[in-house]
Design a protein around this ligand. Structure first.
Ligand SMILES: NC(=O)c1ccc[n+]([C@@H]2O[C@H](COP(=O)([O-])OP(=O)(O)OC[C@H]3O[C@@H](n4cnc5c(N)ncnc54)[C@H](OP(=O)(O)O)[C@@H]3O)[C@@H](O)[C@H]2O)c1
Length: 331
C-alpha cells in the first residue's frame, strides 16, 4: 500500500548515446511482443542503487505478469521492463545509501510491480540488495532471489521443516523445487520428489531419497503420512495431495492464494517476501558448498525473449539465466 513507482522509463524513438537497453512490454501481452528497446537511462533516487546488470534470472512470474494474470496483485505501469531477479555491479548510489558504494557486487529481487532486471542497467532500492559473496558467480547469485527465497520461506517460515519430517515436493526439478529438495535435506528431512523420468538422476543427486515419475505413477499410491507437501503445480496435483498428509501435517502451495485448512491438515499459500538478509544467508550456503544452483540454459540480453519462451515450456530443469555483461575480474 502506498508503494511508489520509481521513475518510469520512457521509450524513446531516437536512442541517445547513453540510452539503456531493456526488454519491455507496452501493455499486458504475449511474450512474443516483448521487445528489446532503447530507454532513457535510469537514475537512482536517494535510497536507490544504480547497477550495471551482470545477470538476471527468469521466473514463471515474469510470464504471469506479462499476460496480466497477476494484475490485481501486481499491477504494472507501462512501458514495463521485465525481470525481478538481478545481479550486478554498483555504478552509482543515492545520497542516503550508506551500505554500498560504486564497484560493489550485489544481487537481489526487485518489486514485481516495478520489474527492471532484464536491462543493461537497473535501479534498485538499496534495502532489496545484498552483497554477492566473494567467489560466487553473478549468474548463480541472480538465480537465487525468487526460487531459493520461496523454497526457504515455504519450508522454514511456514512449514517449520525439521529432522525426521517426510516432505513431498511436486515439480522438484524446476527453479523452486531444486532448491527445496536441498533445503529440506539440510533440515534433516526425508525428501520424496516428483518430476519426469529424465530428471530423476538430477533429483537424486540433489539429495532426494525417493523420486516419482508423475507421468507414469500416481503419487497418492506411493506416498502416505507425509508431514509436509510443497505444491508448485496447483490444480489436480494440489487437490490430490490432501489425502497423503498425516493429521497435523501441512500442504504449502505456491499457486493457490485461497488455500485454507482441510480437516486436520493445515493449508497455506507461500507469498515470497523480499528479504535481503535471508538472500545473503542463502548465498553463503551456496559459497559453502551446502546448496547447489542448478542452471538450465544461459542466454544473452538480446536472446532474453527466448529465455522467457523456454520457461514458458514448463519443463526447465533448475534456473534459466540471462547473462547481460561480464562479471568484474577478480570477484
Ligand atoms: N507464490 C509465490 O510467491 C511464488 C514464488 C515462486 C514461484 N511461484 C510459482 O510456483 C511455480 C513453480 O515455480 P518454478 O520457478 O519452480 O517453476 P519452473 O522452474 O518453471 O518449474 C518447471 C518444472 O516443473 C515440472 N513440472 C511440470 N509439470 C509437472 C507436474 N505435473 N508434476 C511435477 N512436476 C512438473 C517440470 O518437470 P519435468 O520437466 O520433469 O516435467 C519442470 O522441471 C510457478 O507457477 C511459479 O509462478 C510462486
Amino acid at each position: 500500500m502506498g508503494e511508489i513507482y520509481y521513475r518510469p522509463l520512457f521509450l524513446i524513438h531516437e536512442p541517445p548515446v547513453n540510452s539503456m537497453k531493456a526488454l519491455c512490454i507496452n501493455q499486458y501481452d504475449s511474450i512474443y511482443n516483448a521487445a528489446l528497446l532503447a530507454c532513457e537511462p535510469a537514475v537512482p533516487g536517494p535510497d536507490e542503487v544504480l547497477l550495471r546488470v551482470v545477470a538476471a534470472s527468469i521466473n514463471p512470474l515474469d510470464l504471469k505478469l506479462i499476460s496480466g494474470r497477476m494484475s490485481a496483485i501486481f499491477p504494472l505501469k507501462f512501458p514495463y521492463i521485465l525481470g525481478t531477479d538481478v545481479a550486478g555491479v554498483v555504478e552509482a548510489v543515492g545520497n542516503s545509501v550508506q551500505r554500498f558504494k560504486p564497484g560493489d557486487n550485489l544481487f537481489g529481487r526487485m518489486d514485481p510491480r516495478r520489474g527492471g532486471a532484464l536491462a543493461d542497467h537497473a535501479v534498485v532500492p538499496a534495502h532489496h540488495l545484498s552483497p554477492i559473496p566473494e567467489g560466487l558467480d553473478a549468474g548463480l547469485a541472480a538465480a537465487l532471489p525468487t526460487a531459493a527465497g520461496t523454497a526457504w520461506q515455504a519450508l522454514h517460515d511456514i512449514a517449520r521443516v525439521r529432522t525426521g519430517h517426510r516432505v513431498l515436493i511436486h515439480a522438484a526439478s524446476g527453479g523452486v523445487g531444486t532448491f527445496a529438495i536441498q533445503i529440506a535435506k539440510l533440515a534433516g528431512a526425508t525428501v520424496i520428489a516428483t518430476a519426469s523420468e529424465k530428471n530423476h538422476a538430477l533429483l537424486k543427486n540433489l539429495g532426494a531419497d525417493e523420486v516419482i515419475d508423475y507421468r507414469q505413477e500416481d503419487f497418492t499410491r506411493c506416498v502416505k503420512d507425509a508431514d509436509i507437501v510443497l505444491d508448485l503445480i496447483g490444480g489436480d496435483t494440489l487437490r490430490r495431495s490432501w489425502g497423503i498428509i498425516r493429521p497435523g501435517g501441512i500442504l504449502v502451495t505456491s499457486i493457490d492464494r485461497a488455500l485454507t485448512n482441510n480437516g486436520a491438515v493445515r493449508g497455506a499459500f507461500v507469498q515470497l517476501t523480499t528479504n535481503a538478509a535471508l538472500l545473503q544467508n542463502i548465498a553463503l550456503l551456496v559459497c559453502a558448498g551446502k546448496l547447489r544452483v542448478i542452471t538450465d540454459t544461459s542466454y544473452s540480453l538480446e536472446q532474453a525473449r527466448n529465455a522467457l519462451e523456454q520457461v514458458a515450456s514448463g519443463h526447465v530443469a533448475g534456473k534459466v539465466l540471462v547473462r547481460v555483461s561480464p562479471q568484474p575480474a577478480g570477484h
